[in-house]
Write a protein that binds this ligand. Structure first.
Ligand SMILES: NC(=O)c1ccc[n+]([C@@H]2O[C@H](COP(=O)([O-])OP(=O)(O)OC[C@H]3O[C@@H](n4cnc5c(N)ncnc54)[C@H](O)[C@@H]3O)[C@@H](O)[C@H]2O)c1
Length: 448
């Protein structure tokens, strides 16, 4: 098939490249000329494992191209994918201006009946609104909801081995076209959920909010652990042993971040308000997440006896491992608080350093090497559990960090609970985890 994908970001680039690898002819369209020039040049604007090789292979075989305008030859494409951003507006509701701008472009360009596939995360009713907008097109076009569930850091593998593909369509023809597109990814068993567009749109928000709720609940419990002396590690193991609950997404930490959870939870809250059905559980998850960021900043401050005039090192600047995405990352939130309190911030990340440096400019320092970020700091805060941080040389960390003025050892704030506290303490450092009871941590293994 001939496909046009609008938006060459995390979702569009992975989807378009994946579709070209399955044998389709794909044009990736973006309004950002710098991004398109990079891609045409074979440079990948984001870090996503496995993506560069895939892009290069399909560029070489001529099935994948990039443009800032739609060439005549793609006027009769079989499907147009909308994968542009839907950032939060001032009230948290999704800003649909990019989606609607793309709809207008499609209406002007399409020369034959085609399916318009909305991959962007959009509020219930958006596909219907896009359908109405396309009424001015010269040819009939049907809008289908097909939300994206890829995980940054695993996006390529998620594309080729999706746990589920949700299709929200009104006509059999559109459903059939989507079935055909995704058939090569269903060889080991069908994982399609076929429904109407409105249910499909809600499935996406419900899924992200459900995950955010689990994280927020564990984070609230971790705060309760701090005051009661319980240990979040044991609580997680005990709770997760119930197969109805399951083990995943039960890790306490610095709070959820990224380009999706914070925005999608707030968009669902806004949708509920709009329809007079308050989303109380989502509201609580959002509030608990905000509180966790405050709690973490207080933990760092308390461990150091105040941060003013001190230097703090952050390891892990991306919102999670294996991505360079710093949108809503806990590191950005913590750095903002530390800077406001008069601390100096030095950061390191295996991939997200340049994005963090660009975001903060001269206000922070970012180092190429992890240990170089420690020199002169009084504390190290671990915010993202990259593999390369999992088994560090604690003696070297101790050598690089500075003891407090009263002689107490430098502190490691392990906001992902990945280190063994006894190892940290043996190296002459203080250990502070999230929801771990210090009088019980001596010999327990790390959380992950
Ligand atoms: N990133 C994720 O992990 C993820 C996962 C699932 C769903 N989503 C959803 O997918 C959508 C895209 O997310 P993303 O992370 O890929 O965003 P992104 O910010 O990485 O990319 C969006 C791209 O769209 C381009 N764009 C904006 N307006 C355009 C227009 N009118 N025409 C063409 N291109 C335009 C931008 O230049 C940018 O390159 C969002 O709705 C998001 O919620 C994201």
């Amino acid at each position: 098939m001939r496909l046009v994908v609008f938006g060459a970001g995390y979702v569009g680039l992975v989807t378009g490249t994946g579709m070209s690898d399955l044998g389709h002819e794909v044009l990736l369209f973006d309004i950002d000329p710098a991004k398109i020039a990079m891609l045409q040049d074979g440079r990948i604007p984001i870090y996503e494992p496995g993506l560069a090789d895939l892009v290069h292979r399909n560029q070489r075989n001529g099935r994948l191209s990039f443009a800032t305008s739609i060439p005549e030859s793609f006027g009769d494409a079989d499907a147009y994918f909308i994968a542009v951003g839907t950032p939060p507006g001032p009230d948290g509701a999704a800003d649909l201006s990019a989606v609607m701008a793309v709809a207008d472009t499609i209406a002007k360009t399409a020369k034959a009946g085609a399916v318009v596939v909305v991959k962007s995360t959009v509020p219930v009713g958006t596909c219907d609104a896009v359908q109405a907008r396309l009424a001015k097109a010269a040819v009939p076009l049907e809008v289908v909801s097909n939300p994206e569930f890829l995980k940054e850091g695993d996006a390529v593998s998620d594309f080729f081995k999706p746990e589920r593909v949700v299709i929200g369509a009104r006509s059999d023809e559109a459903r059939q076209l989507l079935r055909e597109l995704y058939a090569p990814l269903q060889l080991s068993g069908e994982r399609l959920v076929v429904t109407d567009p409105r249910s499909s749109e809600l499935i996406k928000y419900a899924s992200n909010t459900m995950l955010a709720i689990r994280i927020s609940f564990m984070n609230e419990l971790s705060r309760l652990c701090h005051t009661t002396g319980a240990d979040i590690h044991s609580v997680r193991l005990g709770v997760g042993a119930d197969s109805r609950i399951g083990k995943k997404f039960l890790y306490a930490g610095p709070g959820y971040g990224g380009s999706c959870f914070p925005k999608d939870v707030q968009a669902l809250m806004a949708l509920g308000r709009e329809h007079g059905v308050p989303m109380r559980v989502a509201e609580a998850a959002h509030a608990a997440n905000e509180e966790q960021a405050v709690f973490l900043a207080q933990l760092v401050e308390k461990s150091l006896g105040g941060v003013t005039g001190k230097q703090v090192t952050l390891w892990g600047l991306a919102f999670k491992p294996e991505t360079d995405d710093i949108r809503e990352s806990p590191a950005v939130k913590l750095a903002n608080v530390l800077l406001a309190r008069g601390a100096r911030v030095v950061g390191h990340d295996p991939e997200a350093g340049p994005n963090f440096a660009k975001h903060f400019g001269d206000a922070v320092k970012v180092t190429e090497r992890d240990y170089d970020a420690l020199d002169g700091s009084s504390a190290l805060v671990l915010l993202t559990e990259w593999r390369s941080y999992r088994a560090p040389n604690f003696a070297e960390i101790r050598r690089r960090l500075q003891a407090a003025a009263d002689g107490s050892p430098p502190v490691l704030v392990d906001a992902r609970n990945i280190w063994r506290p006894n190892e940290v303490v043996r190296a002459g450092l203080r250990y502070q985890g999230i929801g771990v009871s210090l009088n019980r941590v001596a010999d327990r293994p790390s959380q992950r």
